[in-house]
Write a protein that binds this ligand. Structure first.
Ligand code: GLN
Length: 473
């Protein structure tokens, strides 16, 4: 059924970069046979799950939507992929994303645009745009995304599905192609809070292969999700409902607060005074880490390599010309073959947004600017975390918007990186603080587009966030 749905709708939506057709069917049939033999099956037995294409799966191309990794086939499974397999899920395909997960609209994918199933002229959000769109179009019930600064929650909100960014370290990052390692976290997208709980239970857990993974038992989220949490205090930040936020989002937030009030929650105002610096802080830290992480794509070890023959011929030709001209200074400066290989490989392999971030990050980390930018950003990051610590002394969780407005039109912001970055205003803080956040659909705009809200809680409060989300749904 999932494959039929993909065949019918994905030509319009473009959520998948690869579909495992026959291989997925074979796997499903094998699970059926095991079921018939009375074998004990895993939590996701036979359920089709889509996986974002920055997660390694043995023997399957893992492209990160980049020319740099267009032909990369990993020889190993990411821990989350291994866990899905162990739970007898059927991995049905790999979903589209912004190149290396850098973006908020899935428009920076080197291969294709993904469209929002609610309005095909609009972006599905990003960077896990494919992951959200395939759930929204009911191609699959579950998909796995990654969230560095909102990439699960933002597309979930814009596509009207539910998504959770877990506590940093709750889910192993082993086998996730690194973007910004101190912010990256893998999590579930699904049609409901209950399904997110189920998928999180499979994904979460300690992994010795990720040094930042938390060594704590995984609660049985699926069982706990329908339990009613007691005496919940929900905070909200009044300034988040003011300037620059669309009236539809403000109304949805107010309505959601009222629903929670009617469900017995106590609503309180809280302050996150440093939230206004979150976007600036995030982009300095994320780009710095990205510039370092992406240094590995050198055309030598693996991934794309420029046409060496053409490159060597070009270099020889330049040398000959400079010798003829007697231009010794330029001859001295001429690239070595290895430098030219590196330069051309990266020039051809990376798209514009990835290059922009490598340059920003390299600048922020360079001698002389490090203290002013990177170190300062780390300090503000600490203040943002402290704001949350203080707020969570007064409330159990904080309700906020996910995006300042519903999904925008394809092409609307692609030539304005700053406008694109500012759209991340409400999501990046949770990553900077390492806290969990659950985004779920809460209303519709006047144009009929989905609007999501998010509940953020202290580290490892996934269980409670899911319970409150469940109560709302
Ligand atoms: N939109 C944010 C960015 O462009 C977040 C991306 C993400 O979470 N992967 O960096």
């Amino acid at each position: 059924a999932a494959l039929a749905q993909i065949e019918k709708y994905d030509p319009h939506v473009g959520a998948f970069l690869a579909v495992r057709g026959e291989k997925a069917l074979d796997q499903a049939r094998e699970i059926d046979r095991r079921r018939a033999r009375g074998e004990k099956l895993g939590l996701l037995a036979g359920i089709p799950v889509a996986v974002k294409d920055n997660l390694c799966m043995e023997g399957e191309p893992t492209t990160c939507a980049s020319r740099m990794l267009a032909n990369f086939v990993p020889p190993y499974d990411a821990t989350v992929v291994a866990r899905l397999k162990a739970a007898d899920a059927v991995i049905i395909g790999k979903t589209n994303l912004d190149e290396f997960a850098m973006g908020g609209s899935t428009e920076t994918s080197a291969f294709q645009k993904t469209r929002n199933p609610w309005d095909l002229e609009r972006i599905p959000g990003g960077s896990s745009g494919g992951a959200a769109a395939c759930v929204a179009a009911r191609m699959v019930p579950l998909s796995v995304g990654s969230d560095t600064g909102g990439s699960i929650r933002q597309p979930a909100a814009l596509c009207g599905v539910t998504g959770l960014k877990p506590t940093y370290g709750r889910v192993s990052r082993y086998g996730l192609v690194a973007f910004a390692s101190s912010l990256d976290q893998i999590g579930p997208l699904a049609q409901s809070v209950e399904d997110c709980a189920l998928l999180l239970e499979v994904l979460a857990g300690h992994d010795p292969r990720d040094a930042t993974s938390i060594n704590r038992p995984v609660p049985p989220y699926r069982e706990l999700v329908s339990q009613r949490p007691d005496a919940i205090k929900i905070g909200y930040v009044p300034e988040m409902l003011s300037d620059g936020v669309s009236p539809d989002v403000v109304r949805t937030m107010e309505e959601t607060l009222n629903v929670f009030r009617s469900l017995g929650a106590e609503i309180r105002e809280v302050a996150l005074p440093h939230a206004r610096y979150a976007v600036a802080t995030y982009y300095i830290i994320a780009c710095s880490e990205a510039s370092s992480n992406l240094a590995r794509y050198d055309g030598v070890h693996y991934g794309y390599r420029t046409d060496e023959k053409a490159m060597l011929a070009e270099l020889a030709e330049e040398r000959r010309r400079l010798q003829q001209e007697g231009n010794l200074a330029a001859l001295d400066d001429l690239d070595t073959a290895l430098v030219r290989l590196y330069r051309k490989t990266r020039a051809e392999g990376f798209g514009a947004e990835v290059k922009r971030r490598i340059m920003l990050g390299t600048y922020a980390l360079s001698a002389g600017y490090y203290d002013a930018y990177y170190l300062k950003a780390l300090k503000v990051r600490r203040l943002i975390r402290q704001d949350y610590d203080q707020a969570f002394e007064r409330v159990d969780m904080i309700l906020g918007p996910v995006t300042p407005a519903p999904a925008f039109r394809i092409g609307e912001k692609i030539n304005d990186p700053l406008a694109m970055y500012l759209f991340d205003l409400f999501t990046v803080s949770a990553n900077l603080a390492g806290i969990p956040a659950l985004a779920f659909p809460a209303g519709l705009s006047t144009e009929g587009l989905p609007i999501g809200v998010q509940l953020q809680g202290p580290p490892l409060s996934e269980e409670r966030l899911l319970q409150m989300g469940y109560l709302f749904q």
